[in-house]
Each structure stands twice: as C-alpha cells, then as structure tokens.
Design a protein around this ligand. Sequence first.
Ligand SMILES: *[C@@H]1O[C@H](CO)[C@@H](O)[C@H](O)[C@H]1NC(C)=O
Ligand SMILES: *[C@@H]1O[C@H](CO)[C@@H](O)[C@H](O)[C@H]1NC(C)=O
Ligand SMILES: *[C@@H]1O[C@H](CO)[C@@H](O)[C@H](O)[C@H]1NC(C)=O
Ligand SMILES: *[C@@H]1O[C@H](CO)[C@@H](O)[C@H](O)[C@H]1NC(C)=O
Ligand SMILES: *[C@@H]1O[C@H](CO)[C@@H](O)[C@H](O)[C@H]1NC(C)=O
Ligand SMILES: *[C@@H]1O[C@H](CO)[C@@H](O)[C@H](O)[C@H]1NC(C)=O
Ligand SMILES: *[C@@H]1O[C@H](CO)[C@@H](O)[C@H](O)[C@H]1NC(C)=O
Length: 193
Amino acid sequence: MANNLISTSTAATTFIVVLLSLLLAGKSQTFSTSLRRTAMPRGKQNLTHLHFFYHNVVGGPNATAIRVAEAPITNTSATGFGAVIMVDNLLTVGPEPNSTRVGRAQGMYASADLNNMSFMMVHNYVFDEERYNGSTLSILGRNPLMLPVREFPVIGGSGVFRFARGYAEARTYFLNATNRDAIVEYNIYVLHY
Ligand SMILES: *[C@@H]1O[C@H](CO)[C@@H](O)[C@H](O)[C@H]1NC(C)=O
Ligand SMILES: *[C@@H]1O[C@H](CO)[C@@H](O)[C@H](O)[C@H]1NC(C)=O
Ligand SMILES: *[C@@H]1O[C@H](CO)[C@@H](O)[C@H](O)[C@H]1NC(C)=O
Ligand SMILES: *[C@@H]1O[C@H](CO)[C@@H](O)[C@H](O)[C@H]1NC(C)=O
Ligand SMILES: *[C@@H]1O[C@H](CO)[C@@H](O)[C@H](O)[C@H]1NC(C)=O
Ligand SMILES: *[C@@H]1O[C@H](CO)[C@@H](O)[C@H](O)[C@H]1NC(C)=O
Ligand SMILES: *[C@@H]1O[C@H](CO)[C@@H](O)[C@H](O)[C@H]1NC(C)=O
C-alpha cells in the first residue's frame, strides 16, 4: 500500500516535471502563437489598381512562353487539352513591347477544358517598378480565351503585397493569328497591407 502510494506520487512528480520541461521547451521554440489583430492595423489596408500589358511570345527565337508538356491526346484534342506552357513574360506599362518595363509574369498555363478553349493560369507577377520592386502577386484562375474579359483571383502576394487578395481582369489587346503571339491588357485590383 505504502509502496503503491510512493510510486503514485513518483509518477505524479515525473508527470509534472515532464509537463514543465515541455512548457519550458515550448517557450524557446514555439510552433504557433496567436497575435493581436492590432499588429495589422485595419486602417492601413490599401486598395491598389495596377494596369499593364502582358507579352505572351510563343513564336520565334525569343519566345518567353514555351510548351513543356503534353498528354497523349493533346495534338488530337480540339482544345489542345493537356498542353502545359511555361512562361516568363514581359510586363510593360503600355502595349508596345518597348514601352517601360514594370515586371515579369512567371509561371504556367495549361489547357484544362476538353470542350471549350480554356486555360488554367498559375502565375506569379514580379514587379520591378520602384515602389513595388521585388514584390509579387500570385494568381490562380480559369482563362476562357473566347471571352472578351477573363477574371482571375489574386490569391496572395509578397513584399508590399503581403496579405493580398483581389482580382485581375484580362483583355486580349493583340493576337497574331499566324504564330499566336498575344498582348494582353491587365487591370488588377488588390487589397493589401
Ligand atoms: C531576339 O533578341 C535579341 C537580343 O535581345 C535581338 O537582337 C533580336 O532582334 C530578337 N529577335 C526577335 C525576332 O525579336
Ligand atoms: C504534338 O505536337 C507538337 C508540336 O507540333 C510536337 O512537338 C509533338 O511531338 C507532338 N506530340 C505527339 C505525341 O505527337
Ligand atoms: C517602340 O517601337 C516603335 C515601333 O516598333 C517605335 O515607333 C517607337 O519609337 C519605339 N519607342 C521607343 C521608346 O523606343
Ligand atoms: C462551351 O461551349 C458551348 C458552345 O459554345 C456552350 O454552349 C457551353 O455553355 C460552354 N460551356 C461552358 C462550361 O462554358
Ligand atoms: C530593384 O531591386 C534590385 C535589387 O534589390 C536593384 O538592383 C534595382 O536597382 C531595383 N530597381 C529599382 C527600379 O528600384
Ligand atoms: C498605402 O496608401 C497610402 C495612402 O494613400 C500611401 O501613402 C502608401 O504608400 C500606400 N502603401 C502601399 C504599400 O502602397
Ligand atoms: C505574326 O507572326 C508572323 C510569323 O512569325 C510574322 O511574320 C508577322 O510579322 C507577325 N505579325 C505581326 C502583326 O506581328
């Protein structure tokens, strides 16, 4: 009986010691901490409108949009289903390719609709215009090419665009029917801190 009591209290002591050491260990390396919302003042949230042109160059020696993968049915599919195109496309302030550069669109688009021409867009826009230098916006969305205006959700960002959310509107400004080069006008509306 006495022995049982001693072993019980020993077990309890061991438990407390383990608990304390876990708590102490938790202090030096904490996985998660709840922060006050005031660390991110509501009043300082900005709504920014960006306007630029996206140069999708698929043809010629200086192509910036390159097909990297396909499915067995891609070449016989009416929509090129399964084609994956990797891009590092120039972004400029005006529609001319030689107008002021504002950044690059890096990522990929892939034919994702068996019946109607539509791409899945996965793009990171990296800006180099002074105020936004190095900041990025990430876009993930559906691009039904036949529509005059396509809308993609902005799902996040970095740098000045931390906590970003919003949407992008894309309109084809120019399409070369021969080599499929395109210039696309973008309007992005984004909330960020
Ligand atoms: C490709 O880029 C090079 C180097 O910038 C340039 O000299 C050449 O004119 C470009 N070619 C085309 C077809 O744009
Ligand atoms: C599909 O077409 C592309 C471009 O013409 C070609 O490079 C590729 O080899 C073709 N793929 C198949 C599986 O025929
Ligand atoms: C851009 O190119 C166009 C024609 O391609 C030319 O007329 C214009 O002067 C160029 N602009 C600059 C800033 O180089
Ligand atoms: C696909 O295109 C057909 C014919 O143009 C149209 O009737 C149909 O609604 C479209 N489907 C989608 C999901 O857009
Ligand atoms: C953007 O940042 C890079 C590296 O930090 C720097 O070299 C470049 O001059 C900057 N550009 C502008 C326009 O501020
Ligand atoms: C947010 O808006 C304020 C007021 O217009 C401006 O001073 C500030 O530079 C903006 N911040 C960013 C990151 O755009
Ligand atoms: C369209 O692409 C073809 C083939 O590369 C080229 O010869 C032609 O000049 C381009 N047209 C325009 C308007 O850029």
